[in-house]
Design a protein around this ligand. Structure first.
Ligand code: GLC
Length: 498
């Protein structure tokens, strides 16, 4: 496609969360950043989100009501409002329904299946109801909460005026969460019982699977790293859908996420003790001392400080951390963990905090300001995930010159270059197997470099800080995928001359 001028595509990007309006995890970061880069790369992008009560008043107060209609959802007839806000040159449309979104929770309610089936149907309906969305070329859905839009579009809207040109892209951010619900959801809520989808969306008797619907109905499937795209085709990572990924491999693309390089920049971050850059690393020492002080750790530049900022779940490798902590602390490594999650991990981290006062700190909390100070003040960042579709924290830590120790899986493998002591290459450290001793040995190996080879360490910091984790590359790959679905017709005489 390169070399030819491409038509400006009209893209509708939909997700269940997007920063800065509402964010619970990595999906919110991606949906907050990617649409802006797609716009900068030359497409017309609109974003559709639920109008949750939790969206801060500073945004809610500026929204304008632009449409409302009644829409059928199975046998129900439900009201749907659409509010609009232009934010940083992007048109955001918020789907309004007090019953579904006028509550304090985002996910985890008994009726999530119904709430997100409603949201997905409303998205498809909007393409025909909101005049500014007329002529949409690409409907880009993300994760199970918007998966049904791909199914509804083909089953209920294809052939209607305004819908024929729409192609669907479905992005998987985590295949662990698929949106699986009882049989009754199919007919009572989705109204799909008499359609082709009915036979295909089951993953077990009486269990329908929203994500499976999108995998079968979307025109293109993407996931958030090339390695994860390969892993999805295996039983270990595919979470029961690996056969579909193998079958649809021809339309599955892995596109590595980026990060918001303005928000995460040690040259300008207003929340850290001292600024620094790839050309002048000196400020990092002040960040480390300030962090050690703040966390009640011994202020000592010669001790390696390893941090972890994460949801405390099995996926993130908390079992390995729990297993390896004793070995690390006995070698005088300092460790600090920030995050919340499963009780067993929270409790064991509190125990280590108590046992190793002054050397280990557990902050069982969600605190994004402190996370910046940890990214900036640490030497090492621990991320021994069991699986990791992409992972953003390892890229953020590299941006701050904090070297990641990762397991070679998913996006961790695609974004961290392991240290090669013969060439000095690398941006961090990695290990292959999900094994606590291997993890501990890799961290201690990294500490060995920290203790004995200052030049190599600084070289690694510079490599990590210099790596390009901006969104431009990914946005261009998404645009290529969109354009593949809308190949331009080349006039016959031009074809002959090529
Ligand atoms: C999910 C994945 C994470 C990924 C993020 C954004 O949270 O677990 O690996 O970085 O989505 O795509």
């Amino acid at each position: 496609m390169s070399g030819r001028t491409r038509r400006k595509l009209r893209v509708v990007f939909c997700a269940s969360e997007a920063a800065p309006f509402v964010k619970t995890g990595g999906l919110g970061d991606v949906a907050g950043s990617l649409p802006h880069e797609l716009r900068r790369c030359g497409s017309k992008v609109s974003v559709i989100l639920p109008k949750y009560r939790r969206i801060p008043a500073e945004y809610r107060d500026k929204m304008n009501h632009v449409a409302d209609f009644w829409m059928n959802l199975g046998w129900r007839n439900v009201w749907c409002g659409v509010d609009h806000l232009n934010y940083h040159s992007i048109d955001y449309y918020f789907i309004d329904n007090e019953d579904y979104f006028g509550r304090d929770t985002i996910y985890g309610d008994f009726d999530d299946g119904e709430r997100f089936a409603f949201f997905s149907k409303a998205i498809t309906e909007c393409l025909g109801r909101v005049p500014e969305l007329a002529g949409t070329d690409i409907l880009h859905c993300n994760d199970w909460q918007t998966a049904l839009s791909c199914v509804f579009l083909r089953e209920f809207y294809k052939g209607l005026p305004g819908y024929d040109n729409v192609k669907t892209v479905f992005s998987i951010h985590n295949v662990k969460f698929q949106g699986q619900y009882g049989d009754e959801v199919m007919s009572d809520i989705c109204g799909l019982a008499d359609t082709a989808a009915a036979g295909q969306m089951y993953t077990a008797p009486k269990t329908i699977n929203f994500m499976k619907g999108a995998l079968l109905y979307a025109d293109t499937i993407t996931t958030v790293s090339p390695t994860y795209a390969e892993e999805l085709k295996t039983p270990f990572y595919g979470e029961g859908l690996d056969d579909i990924f193998r079958d649809r491999a021809w339309k599955l693309h892995g596109i590595l996420n980026g990060i918001d390089t303005q928000e995460y920049d040690p040259r300008t971050d207003s929340g850290i003790a001292s600024h620094y850059s790839v050309d002048d690393l000196s400020g990092k020492a002040a960040c480390k001392a300030a962090l050690q002080e703040e966390l009640g750790l011994e202020v000592d530049p010669s001790r390696p400080l390893a941090v972890m900022v994460s949801r405390l779940t099995k996926q993130k490798g908390c079992d390995l951390v729990q297993y390896a902590l004793g070995q690390l602390l006995d070698r005088s490594v300092q460790v600090a963990v920030l995050g919340t999650g499963e009780g067993q991990y929270e409790d064991s981290l509190r125990y280590f905090d108590w046992k190793y006062k002054g050397q280990m700190c557990a902050r069982i909390d969600f605190d994004s300001k402190l996370s910046h100070r940890m990214y900036a003040g640490a030497d090492l960042f621990l991320m021994p995930s069991q699986f990791e579709p992409c992972g953003l924290s390892q890229m953020i830590s590299m941006r701050y010159g904090t070297l990641p120790v990762v397991r070679e899986t998913g996006g961790l493998k695609d974004s961290v270059v392991p240290y090669n002591k013969f060439t000095g290459e690398g941006t961090g450290f990695s290990f292959a197997n999900f094994n606590g001793d291997e993890f501990a040995a890799t961290v201690l190996n990294a500490c060995e470099v920290f203790w004995t080879d200052k030049d190599a360490w600084e070289g690694l910091m510079r490599n990590a800080m210099g790596a390009d984790f901006g969104w431009r590359r990914a946005a261009n790959q998404y645009l290529d995928a969109y354009h593949d679905l809308h190949p331009e017709v080349i006039p016959y005489n031009k074809k002959r001359n090529r």
